[in-house]
Design a protein around this ligand. Sequence first.
Ligand code: GAL
Length: 371
Amino acid sequence: MRLSRKLTAMALASAMVLSMAACSSSSSAPESSAAAGGSTTTTTAAPAGDTTTAAATEAAKEAASGAENAVPGGGNIGVCIYKFDDAFMTTYRNALQEILEGKGYTVTVMDGKNDQAEQNNQINNFIAQGVDALIINPVMTSAADQIIDTVKNADIPTVLINREPTAEQMAAYDKLVYVGCDARQSGTMQGELILDTPNKGDINGDGKVSYIMIQGDPENVDAQYRTEFSVKALTDAGMEVEELDLQRGDWDRNKGQEIAQNDLAKFGDEIEVIFCNNDDMAIGALQAIQAAGRTVNKDIYLVGVDALDAALNEVVNGNMTGTVLNDAKGQAAGAVDAMEALLGGKTYASGEQSIYVDYVKVTPENAADFQ
Ligand code: GAL
């Protein structure tokens, strides 16, 4: 058993050298692991960053020295999702489960039901069961300290996803990585989608872009940054803006519909743009737009984020101005790669614990590529 662990670790180390030597420098996400799909062998992934041969050798040594921590022939992985009833996180968790199971891991996925206390219990139960690693989508970003404390005390390699803590918070534990996206980028892309329209969002030609902002859960940095950077892209381009309303829709389709319906009744034709922090709320807003007899891309613009299937269809049909791909599969693959690196013994220095996957702007021209 001990010998086979060592051999596995050595194989891991050499696979790592190969994969690191093969990959190009400084990518924003780790290269995918070299594991053969469906086999029960787990391999470590090459971390993002410098990929010189010296660095590769160093990383291989690190992996080898972490050999006792390596999980031979799969392992038990606990996954905590903030709530199952979230359109984007449903796509994400399905991708995550598929990748993990395809690699031979035993996976248990828990529904936090948007309740941090419930999720804390789930994390404690996973620890009591002796899982090899945890992948956690926190319910509250503000609970990050407590979560990090818990996994650190239990010495469980942990990947946080989707809700990013601060670098200072993560620095408390070196077997902790965050895999996600830089939400500023998605906000900027939403603003660019509006700037790319024939009148740059100023449909009535009064010299300003009048918009409503339907925000996700404001506790979440994705909601904060998308709200800020979508508008900043407009003002950076010299456009004057007028915020008619900003309301939280908590990422939820029905709330998006209600907010848009009320605002359309209140502000009527004054609304030129509806910014939604995600697609599910944009689909809700679209229902309200159509019920109010308005026409997207003619007398109103509508943008979201995520590139959910429903939104891609609406972009193709011209009922949404555009969206931004929030790459669930890429993030899931990145999370698994980071988890395997941790299982291989890699530790992460403070300031290097966030791994980002790029967003992609989606327009009618390229929407079909993502369907
Ligand atoms: C965002 C996503 C939203 C929602 C949220 C949950 O990244 O765009 O649709 O899933 O995460 O935290």
